[in-house]
Design a protein around this ligand. Sequence first.
Ligand SMILES: [Ca+2]
Ligand SMILES: [Ca+2]
Ligand SMILES: [Ca+2]
Ligand SMILES: [Ca+2]
Length: 243
Amino acid sequence: MSLFFACEQSKTEKIEEVQNQDTVSYHHEAFYTDSVHVDGSDADEIWSKATWYPMDQVWLGSPMDSGDFKGRFKLAWNNNQLFLLAEIEDDTVIDVHADKLVQWWDDDCLEIFVDEDNSDENHQFNHTAFAYHVALSNDVVDLGPDSLPHFYNDHVTTVRKTSGKKTTWECAIKIFDKSFVDGGKNMPRKLSANEVVGFMLAYCDNDHSETRENFIGSIPIEGEEKDQGWIKSSVFGDLILRK
Ligand SMILES: [Ca+2]
Ligand SMILES: [Ca+2]
Ligand SMILES: [Ca+2]
Ligand SMILES: [Ca+2]
């Protein structure tokens, strides 16, 4: 999510540029577990077995100094949800904008990108995919079809534990398809083994500024413009659900 709202013309040009770029594919695996206790602790058995994946792609901002940010995560699933354990080391954990629906991407937050059918579409103002911004307050924000931000707190259950510079986020993510209607009655869909879900993870790092200083993701994105995930799901990686 970026500061494109100020200029309609540049926003349109940006979207077209993003849509025309080639993309890469990148694979993660999640292994089955009956359940995860979402409490911010990694004590669940699945977390001792799951693979760490790095968040090491600096999509926005200057090259980062040692100590500014380090991030990694693990994934698991059951028939009802994806589970995420993210471990972030950030020198300053800060919430600059008190209003949760104003520049929510410019506060320290985790950004979870999910496309349930890996359909590689423009999802900016629709629900063919989601870009869940998980704030330090655990509020979950994405754009709706009305082009406005909405809370999707019931999609992502999350517990954050911060101790000094280290933050652990444990999340359970329900999976909704494009039939999701804001304000309507919606049922998350079931997951099954061997399906491929579009997924990537990122962190918006603000330490002392009006806007975030860096945006760091888990997937390499080709081309000059790296901030594409909030617009198009074709840059997401492939997440394979293993049993
Ligand atoms: Ca746990
Ligand atoms: Ca930082
Ligand atoms: Ca989709
Ligand atoms: Ca920070």
